[in-house]
Ligand binder design. Structure first.
Ligand SMILES: CC(C)(COP(=O)(O)OP(=O)(O)OC[C@H]1O[C@@H](n2cnc3c(N)ncnc32)[C@H](O)[C@@H]1OP(=O)(O)O)[C@@H](O)C(=O)NCCC(=O)NCCS
Length: 199
């Protein structure tokens, strides 16, 4: 699978070298978005600590980048070697200026594919009852997910991932890893050059 290009940006998997981009994206979320994402009010310190802990062996995160800046994230946790094998948790965040352009849906499609590829059967999405955006986005995936009565816990429709889908994901991982390394190199180089602004 090639990196998806949408609205001048690109979606790719994140790697540990992307922790700063991920943290800065979370820090740019306003208080309402933070509340919707984490189902509670969260401080900058909470978000910084959270970002540091997000690159465990069971975690898969996709990012939406525009001009090298991360503007959206789709996160999948608790799959593979997780304690509760068979279930996973998904979460999404898109910065306000990039909403309603299909970014969230693109990220959700990737997360569903990644969950299925890792054998997850149930996908939990913690979502406040009043979160119409998340509910509307989830409804776009009714063919992939059967929703429980709470409307936010999706059972993945049984479908064995095809060899082609797994192969595409492997290619995508390899290519996103290479891109992450290039981004890291560019970042390090720009930090080392004297007189350059660091923002
Ligand atoms: C939920 C969120 C990720 C959606 O991101 P997005 O990029 O705007 O989503 P998309 O553009 O792909 O929209 C997909 C669908 O979701 C629904 N939707 C999105 N925003 C909506 C809104 N404000 N009101 C109603 N429906 C909405 C629509 O059905 C939309 O399809 P359409 O544009 O064809 O009508 C984004 O609003 C967000 O980051 N919110 C704050 C954090 C959050 O609530 N996370 C979810 C809990 S983990």
């Amino acid at each position: 699978m090639e990196h998806a290009h949408i609205h001048g940006g690109v979606v790719r998997r994140l790697w540990p070298s992307d922790v700063t981009a991920f943290r800065d994206h979370l820090l740019r979320l306003d208080s309402q978005s933070r509340h919707d994402r984490f189902a509670m009010a969260v401080s900058d310190e909470f978000l910084s600590n959270y970002a540091e802990r997000c690159f465990g062996i069971d975690d898969v995160i996709f990012g939406f980048f525009v001009d090298g800046v991360m503007r959206g994230a789709g996160e999948l946790r608790g799959v593979g070697l997780g304690l509760d094998k068979g279930s996973a948790e998904a979460a999404f965040s898109v910065e306000i200026g990039w909403r309603r352009q299909g970014v969230g849906a693109e990220l959700m499609g990737r997360i569903i594919q990644a969950a299925r590829g890792r054998g997850a059967e149930t996908l939990y999405m913690s979502c406040l009852a009043r979160n119409r955006a998340m509910q509307g986005m989830a409804r776009k995936f009714e063919a992939e997910l059967q929703f429980d009565a709470d409307d936010v816990t999706g059972r993945l429709v049984a479908r064995t991932p095809s060899a082609a889908a797994l192969w595409n994901e492997w290619l995508d991982d390899a290519s996103s890893f290479a891109t992450a390394m290039l981004d890291l190199h560019a970042q390090t180089y720009s930090l080392q050059r004297p007189g350059r602004p660091s923002c």
